[in-house]
Design a protein around this ligand. Sequence first.
Ligand SMILES: Cc1cc2nc3c(=O)[nH]c(=O)nc-3n(C[C@H](O)[C@H](O)[C@H](O)COP(=O)(O)OP(=O)(O)OC[C@H]3O[C@@H](n4cnc5c(N)ncnc54)[C@H](O)[C@@H]3O)c2cc1C
Length: 383
Amino acid sequence: MRIAVVGGGPGGLYFAALVKRIAPRHEVVLWEKGGVEDEVGFGVVFSDGALGGVQAADPRLFDVLGDRFVHWDAVDVRYRGETLSRGGYRFSAVERRALLHLLRERCAEVGVTVHFGTEAPPVPLLSEDFDVVVAADGVGSATRAARADAFGPDLRPSASRYLWMGTDRVFDALTFTVVETPHGTMQAHSYPYAPGWSTFIVETTDRVLAASGLDVPDRAPEATAAAVADLFADQLDGHRLVCAGSRWGRFTVVRNRRWVDGNVVLLGDAAHTTHFSVGSGTKLAMEDAVALAMALSDHGVPEGLAAYEAERMPVVAKTQHVAEVSRDWFERVDEHVGLPAADFAAHLVTRSGRIGRLDLPLVDHGHVERVRTWFSEALSGTG
Ligand SMILES: Cc1cc2nc3c(=O)[nH]c(=O)nc-3n(C[C@H](O)[C@H](O)[C@H](O)COP(=O)(O)OP(=O)(O)OC[C@H]3O[C@@H](n4cnc5c(N)ncnc54)[C@H](O)[C@@H]3O)c2cc1C
């Protein structure tokens, strides 16, 4: 089988490495338009603390990655000078760059052909030339846009804006900070992801951004980071924020009516997104990769593509629902600012009673065992 993969994010890379490992005779070619060192994004958090089937599909990868994970069990809410802490959770995080680096190494080890710094050929060409085309080209997927009639995308941009940054202030919990600036409310989502480093995502409305003068198009990203750091000075304890070139973005919820069109299939953010406040996007993209690799191996094309879509769509829909409730809550944070600290923290952690951590899909141990057994059987004999 000849397989083309458009996009070398966590979804595309993991799929390519898995499918080539299962069937070394397949030709697997991946295009990534960014260069090897171009990744944005600091850490990625995995909200239930376990990677479930993603880990079971390639335990050796996660043995290596394991040393890079940071683990913790608390959620802190910082509000009006108080810090309210709730324990009993399980979180882990890793540097996105480290994850991508190891996935690339894995692709090289198993013999995937990877073209970095190279835009993929047009999909009609790929679709003719390859048995399967996996569109793992992210939230702005051009593949999805080119075949909008077939995929039926539903794109909902958020009302708020975010800036994804890092800081050398080390947080020891998933920390939500609310700051009441002279221009309005701003909030930060932060968590540790590597020794000496935490992710720091600031979110606010267009109105606050315009009034605070933080969204000046020609301003250097590092100057913006410094201005944001001034607003969060109490939380950062004199530490700095770094942007690594990232700019104010608008989170977009992506859904599609279908994920398969002929031999072209959507995977990861191209198919679906979940708001960063529930930290599931990377895991979902990698779970898609596992499911697609298994389905193609079991059923071939086109049945495998249909099986993948049927398996993944309902699972993803559940997480997307939770994520959207969470996003809505953060977008309307002003409705809760003014509550006493304990009430505010309780609202935030349970998102007004509508979501709690138990609403996020939990690890399905039966599924994990099935993935583990499937991969160890598929790999016995391939070396
Ligand atoms: C602020 C923020 C914070 C987040 N935090 C978390 C978190 O804590 N935990 C978590 O799990 N998730 C998080 N996410 C989500 C996570 O980043 C995504 O869900 C994840 O990266 C999806 O992986 P992917 O492989 O589908 O797409 P991407 O990672 O977007 O990769 C797509 C790749 O395709 C490439 N590409 C696009 N078009 C082409 C083309 N024509 N030719 C070649 N290459 C192409 C792009 O360069 C890109 O590298 C966050 C997202 C945001 C915005």
